[in-house]
Design a protein around this ligand. Structure first.
Ligand code: PLP
Length: 391
């Protein structure tokens, strides 16, 4: 008689084979370089707040690393998205397309602009927006009126689309650019999870009108809390810097603010951390790729789960390593989560789909069957940069 397959234990062993017999968080920050030195410099010089050399250095280092012409550092990734959408012209009566399978910040930023999120489906391969399905949906449900994309059902303008590069894997950017041109919808990329990830050798977050990054503590590099706006447009970059620094006009000692601005500027302390973190980003990216390769061999023996690889023509930062269960193993998902977490191996399911959360239930959406399926089959496993070094 064949033994019943004990998938939860097989998964636990595969992870243990890679990370060793230790407790493993999902993603912890690592400080391999000049973090202490730069932070001490802030304290020694008293430049701990919104003015300081590290903020400007961090912005220029970010621009160099990503290939974006400009980077504007802000207090977190959500604030970056808020300002990017505002500068993309998102108005209170607009709709903004966003995946339902994303972190809540993506939809929150749309609401901060007074606009409505309009939820679109994802695809299985990259976990990004399903461009084919979206095109059919837009053809059927929108019309072009004086250069705008009008939702026929709500009468609202579909102003922008926010592709999100899930767990670091770049979505179908070429497809999205076509959609953007075809339907007159502006792209603002949520690249919060994808620093270091490239599509056709170009950094994510640099394809749309603007892109945004996050440096929260659980991301690939961290500034404690932090974010940035990327753009190649000088005027947008200047506008972004202006309104994130309370729209203060530089004029001697006078307090002149020429519009309602935001206090979103990244403090020097956080930027100091960011400068050090950026220096070791290439090493972290290598370590995360090594970790993927180790998991890949460990999971090769399990044919009931798939370890997500980077999409074609892409180089992923492998922010969070991801398992995809087959439908037949869905009933085992909770026991997999229980067994691994109980053993000190932190694993997590995907986010609850946004259109199912209370604040977002009434907003428009297309059929979200793939997002639904993915959200029940996804499991993230320990992914910190230091894990590959431990064995
Ligand atoms: C982390 C993240 C953000 C931004 O989060 P902050 O905590 O505000 O920096 C935005 N979108 C996605 C998809 C994220 O994962």
């Amino acid at each position: 008689m064949q033994m019943p397959i004990d998938l939860p234990n097989q998964i636990l062993s595969a992870i243990r084979f890679v990370v060793g017999d230790v407790k493993a968080p999902l993603h912890e920050p690592v400080f391999w370089g000049n973090e202490w030195k730069y932070l001490k410099e802030c304290l020694d010089t008293t430049y701990v707040s919104s003015i300081g050399n590290f903020v400007t250095k961090f912005e220029s280092d970010l621009a160099t690393f990503t290939g974006a012409k400009y980077a504007v550092a802000v207090v977190n990734g959500t604030a970056a998205l808020h300002i990017a959408l505002k500068l993309a012209g998102v108005q209170p009566t607009d709709e903004v397309l966003t995946p339902s399978l994303t972190f809540v910040a993506t939809a929150n930023a749309i609401i901060y602009c007074g606009a409505s999120p309009h939820f679109v489906d994802s695809e299985e391969h990259s976990l990004g927006i399903d461009v084919g399905k979206l095109r059919l949906y837009l053809k059927e449900n929108t019309e072009q009126v004086s250069g705008y994309c009008l939702n026929k059902l709500t009468g609202k303008i579909v102003r922008a689309i926010i592709p999100m590069h899930t767990f670091g894997h770049p979505g179908d950017i070429d497809g999205l650019i076509q959609i953007s041109n075809e339907f007159n919808i502006t792209i603002v990329e949520d690249a919060a999870e994808s620093i270091g990830s490239k599509y056709n050798n170009r950094h994510t977050g640099t394809f749309g009108l603007m892109g945004t990054l996050s440096f929260n503590g659980n991301k690939t590099i961290t500034t404690g809390g932090g974010g940035a706006i990327l753009t190649n447009d000088k005027d947008l970059a200047l506008r972004a810097r202006h309104i994130t620094t309370t729209a203060k006009v530089s004029n001697g000692w006078e307090f002149i603010h020429d519009e309602v601005g935001y206090n979103y500027r990244m403090p020097n302390l956080n930027a100091a951390l960011g400068c050090a973190q950026l220096e070791s980003l290439p090493a972290k990216l290598q370590a995360k790729r090594d970790l993927y390769n180790k998991y890949s061999s460990a999971f090769a023996r399990l044919d009931k789960v798939k370890l997500l690889n980077e999409p074609k023509n892409c180089s992923s930062n492998f922010w969070l390593q991801t398992l995809l269960l087959e439908d037949e193993n869905l009933p085992l998902r909770d026991s997999i989560l229980e067994l691994t977490n109980g053993a000190g191996i932190m694993t997590r399911p995907a986010w609850n789909l946004l259109h199912e959360l209370r604040p977002f239930r009434t907003f428009p959406r297309m059929n979200l069957s793939t997002a639904k399926s993915l959200s029940t089959r996804l499991i993230n496993i320990p992914s910190s940069s230091n894990l590959a070094l431990k064995t």
